[in-house]
Design a protein around this ligand. Structure first.
Ligand code: GLA
Ligand code: ZN
Length: 688
C-alpha cells in the first residue's frame, strides 16, 4: 500500500460533490480557489454520482470527473475515489426492481433514498461491477488517486427471496446437518424444529419470533453478506490498481457514540486496507458534559485504531453541525480545532468532512459544510476549517505514528447481539456498550491509553484486559483468557459473563468450569434490580452503590475484596480476585457506580504501573493522549495532545517541558489551558 504510506501529510478535505454543480461553472471555479484557502488537500469524489456517471444504461460520462481529477492533481491534491453503489439512478431501479431491498416485513421498498439495495441481487452486482470496472480502468493510474472509497456506509439487510436462499446456503454450509442445526437453534422450543432446509427464513419482525440462534446467525450472515458484496465491488479495482489502498466508511451509533450495532466491524476490518469512519458527536448538548462525550469519541477512535492496529482515517466529520440530530447545534469557537485534534491524538491520519459544500437542494442543504451557501471564506466555520488545515501542516511529522496501549477493553459484536436478544435480566438495563464506556472512562480520565479489541485479537500485548458482561463466551475464548492470565496477565470481568455459548445456548451444569478455575468463584444467581433499587458494596471501609445487577457468587480459591451490604446475599462476595498462574483475575459481581470504578482501577493500575508517567497532576476535563515515533536510530519522540474538554480554564502539571507544535513555543511543566484549548507538545527523550 505504498501510496498511502508515501503520503507525508495529514489528509484534510472531505466529501466533494461537483456532480451536483455541473451547471454552475462559477461555483466549481470558486471551489478550487477556496480549497487552497481552507488548506484542504484531499477530496472524496463520486460517492453518490452514479446518475452523473451513467445517465442511461450503458451510457457513460466521465469527462466531468476527468476535469475535476485533473484539476485536483494539478493542485497537488488527493482524490479518494468512490464507487457509486450507495445510491442508484432511477433508470436502474425502474428497469430492474429486484435491485431494491425487501424489508423484514417482506415488503418491497420503492426507489428513493439511498443505501437501500439488495446485497444479493445478481443484476445489482453486475451493474456495480460494470461501473466500478470503468472507474478503475479510467483512473487506476491517475496521479490524484490516493485511495478507493467503496460504496458508502454499508448497512441494513434485505429479506427478498434471493437473500433468503443465500441465507439458507449459509446456514447449510455452517451446520451441515439438520440435526446440528436444530441442536444449535434449540429447535423443539415452541415447535421450531426445522425438517427441511427450505423452511429456513430470516427473522420476522413479529415479537414472538424468538429463535435466538437464528437471530444471531442472521446478524452474522448479514455481516458476511455485506463483506461479500464489498469483495465483489473491489475485485476489478484490486486487479487494476493493486497498489491503491481500499477503504469503506464505518460508523458509530447514536449521537452519543456507541459501537455500530448491525455489522461486525471486527470481521469487516480484515477486508479493508485502511479503516475509515464517520464521526458525528453531538457537541454542546444538554444531557452531559463535554468531557462525557469526548470520552465516548475517544472510545470509538480507539476501537478503530485497534481493529487493525494501525492509524485510521476520519472519513467524515462536520465542521459545524449536522442535520439529523434532533437538535443540530453548531460548534462553539475552539471546538473545531479541539475535536479535530482529538481524532489525530487517537491515531487518525486525517480529518475529512462531510461536506465540502452545502448542497442547494434536498435533505442535506442545511448540513454543516466547509463552504456555506454564502460562498464566503470569511465566515467563522470556514475560518475554523482553515485553522485546522494550518494545524495539520504544523504537526505533519506526527502522521503515521502509532499509539501504544497496555490496556485493552474487549467489545464483541456476537455478545452484543445475543445480549440484546436475551429475554430476562433487565430488558432496558443491559447497556453493554455503555458499560464498557464506563470502564473506559477511568482510563480516559487518567490519560492512560486503551485499545478496544475483539476476542479474536492477540491478548499477549496487554498487561490488563477488561472484559465486562461477556454473556456469550465460547469455550475457546475462556481458554484464551486462562492462558493470558496464566502467563501473567490481569483480567477483569463482571456479572453476566459466561452464560451462553457461541450459538446462544446456555452452559449446562453451572458456571463453566474454565471460568470457575480462572476466577476462583462460582456464580450461583443473578439478581436484577428495578431502576430505583440499590444495593451496597462494602470494601476497605468504603461504601459504594450498586444498581441493576448483582451476581451471587460462591468463592472457591478467590479472595474476597468487597461484599454486598444488603439483601439476602448481604455479606457475601461482590468483588473478588484470584491468583491464577502468574496473573490475576478480578470478578466484579455487581454493577457499581463510577466512584467504585475510579478507586478499583486506581489500585489495579498502580499495582501494574500503568499510570501515565508524564502526567504529574492531571484533570478529568483535560484529556492527554500521545503518539510515538518508533524510528529506531532516532531519539524516542512522544507527541502529547493536551486537550481541554471543558468550558473553564484548566491547569495540568507534566513531567517535562517540550515544544508546543501549534505555537512553536517551549512549554514549561505547568500547562494552562483556556476553554477548549489544545496543545500538542513534542518531547524528545535524551539519547541514552
Ligand atoms: C453519513 C453519510 C453522508 C452524509 C452524512 C451526514 O455519514 O455518509 O453521506 O449523509 O451522514 O451527517
Ligand atoms: Zn435481497
Amino acid at each position: 500500500m505504498t501510496r498511502y504510506n508515501l503520503e507525508e501529510r495529514f489528509l484534510h478535505g472531505g466529501d466533494y460533490n461537483p456532480d451536483q454543480w455541473l451547471n454552475y461553472p462559477e461555483i466549481l471555479a470558486k471551489d478550487f480557489e477556496l480549497m487552497e484557502k481552507a488548506r484542504a488537500n484531499t477530496f472524496s469524489l463520486g460517492i453518490f454520482a452514479w446518475s452523473a456517471l451513467e445517465p442511461a444504461e450503458g451510457v457513460f460520462e466521465f469527462e466531468w470527473l476527468d476535469k475535476i481529477m485533473d484539476e485536483l492533481a494539478e493542485r497537488n491534491s488527493n482524490v479518494i475515489l468512490a464507487t457509486p453503489s450507495g445510491a442508484r439512478p432511477a433508470w436502474l431501479s425502474k428497469a430492474y426492481p429486484e435491485v431494491l431491498r425487501t424489508n423484514e416485513k417482506r415488503e418491497k421498498m420503492l426507489h428513493g433514498g439511498r443505501h437501500n439495495h439488495c446485497f444479493s441481487s445478481p443484476i445489482y452486482r453486475e451493474k456495480v461491477a460494470i461501473i466500478n470496472r470503468k472507474l478503475a480502468e479510467r483512473y487506476h493510474d491517475h496521479p490524484a488517486l490516493l485511495m478507493w472509497h467503496i460504496s458508502n456506509e454499508y448497512s441494513g439487510d434485505c429479506h427478498c427471496p434471493i437473500c433468503q436462499e443465500n441465507f439458507r446456503q449459509w446456514v447449510k454450509q455452517k451446520y451441515q446437518t439438520l440435526a446440528a442445526l436444530n441442536e444449535a437453534w434449540w429447535g423443539p422450543f415452541w415447535s421450531h424444529t426445522i425438517t427441511d432446509w427450505s423452511q429456513i427464513e430470516s427473522p420476522s419482525p413479529i415479537g414472538e419470533m424468538q429463535v435466538h440462534g437464528l437471530n444471531l446467525d442472521w446478524h452474522r450472515f448479514v455481516t458476511d453478506q455485506t463483506i461479500d458484496f464489498y469483495e465483489h465491488e473491489i475485485k476489478d479495482i484490486r486487479r487494476l490498481s493493486p497498489d491503491v489502498p481500499i477503504t469503506t466508511n464505518f460508523m458509530a451509533d447514536t449521537r452519543d457514540l456507541i459501537p455500530f450495532y448491525s455489522l461486525d466491524y471486527g470481521k469487516f476490518a480484515q477486508h479493508v486496507d485502511v479503516i475509515s469512519w464517520d464521526c458525528y458527536p453531538a457537541w454542546h448538548n444538554d444531557w452531559g458534559t463535554t468531557a462525557d462525550l469526548a470520552s465516548k469519541v475517544g472510545f470509538i477512535n480507539d476501537q478503530y485504531r485497534s481493529l487493525k492496529k494501525q492509524p485510521f482515517l476520519i472519513m467524515e466529520s462536520t465542521p459545524s453541525g449536522v442535520n439529523w440530530h434532533p437538535v443540530n447545534r453548531t460548534k462553539r469557537p475552539g471546538m473545531h480545532l479541539l475535536s479535530s485534534m482529538q481524532f489525530i491524538a487517537h491515531g487518525s491520519d486525517s480529518n475529512l468532512y462531510f461536506q465540502w459544500r452545502k448542497s442547494r437542494g434536498s435533505s442535506e442543504k442545511f448540513h454543516g459544510a466547509v463552504v456555506d451557501h454564502d460562498n464566503d471564506e470569511q465566515n467563522r466555520v470556514f475560518q475554523d476549517v482553515a485553522e485546522v488545515g494550518k494545524a495539520l501542516e504544523e504537526i505533519k511529522e506526527i502522521k503515521g505514528l502509532h499509539k501504544k496501549a497496555k490496556v485493552a477493553i474487549i467489545y464483541d459484536w456476537d455478545n452484543n447481539w445475543a445480549l440484546n436478544d436475551a429475554q430476562g435480566f433487565g430488558l432496558e438495563s443491559k447497556r453493554y456498550p455503555q458499560t464498557l464506556q464506563e470502564h473506559y472512562r477511568y482510563f480516559w480520565d487518567h490519560d492512560i491509553a486503551v485499545d478496544v479489541i475483539t476476542k479474536d485479537h492477540d491478548f499477549d500485548a496487554y498487561q490488563l484486559i477488561i472484559a465486562p458482561m461477556l454473556y456469550l463466551l465460547p469455550k475457546e475464548t475462556m481458554k484464551k483468557f486462562q492462558q493470558y492470565t496464566k502467563n501473567g496477565g490481569t483480567l477483569v470481568s463482571t456479572y453476566l459473563t459466561g452464560i451462553v455459548n457461541e450459538t446462544d445456548l446456555t452452559y449446562l451444569g453451572g458456571w463453566p468450569q474454565e471460568l470457575q478455575e480462572l476466577f476462583g468463584v462460582s456464580v450461583k444467581e443473578i439478581d436484577t434490580l428495578y431502576p430505583k433499587q440499590k444495593n451496597l458494596l462494602l470494601m476497605k471501609e468504603q461504601q459504594y452503590q450498586i444498581h441493576d445487577y448483582c451476581s451471587v457468587v460462591q468463592t472457591n480459591t478467590a479472595q474476597t475484596l468487597g461484599v454486598y451490604g444488603a439483601d439476602f446475599y448481604q455479606g457475601q462476595a461482590a468483588v473478588t480476585v484470584n491468583d491464577y498462574g502468574e496473573g490475576s483475575a478480578y470478578y466484579l459481581g455487581g454493577r457499581t457506580d463510577q466512584a467504585f470504578l475510579e478507586d478499583f482501577y486506581q489500585e489495579v493500575t498502580q499495582q501494574l504501573r500503568l499510570q501515565n508517567e508524564w502526567v504529574r497532576q492531571g484533570s478529568t476535563n483535560v484529556s492527554i493522549q500521545s503518539r510515538e515515533s518508533q524510528q529506531e536510530q532516532l531519539a524516542p519522540t512522544t507527541y502529547y495532545f493536551v486537550m481541554n474538554f471543558s468550558e473553564e480554564n484548566q491547569e495540568v502539571e507534566v513531567a517535562t517541558s517540550g515544544i508546543d507544535l501549534l505555537t512553536g513555543k517551549t512549554t514549561n511543566q505547568k500547562l494552562q489551558l483556556a476553554p477548549y484549548e489544545v496543545q500538542i507538545i513534542k518531547v524528545t527523550a535524551p539519547v541514552q
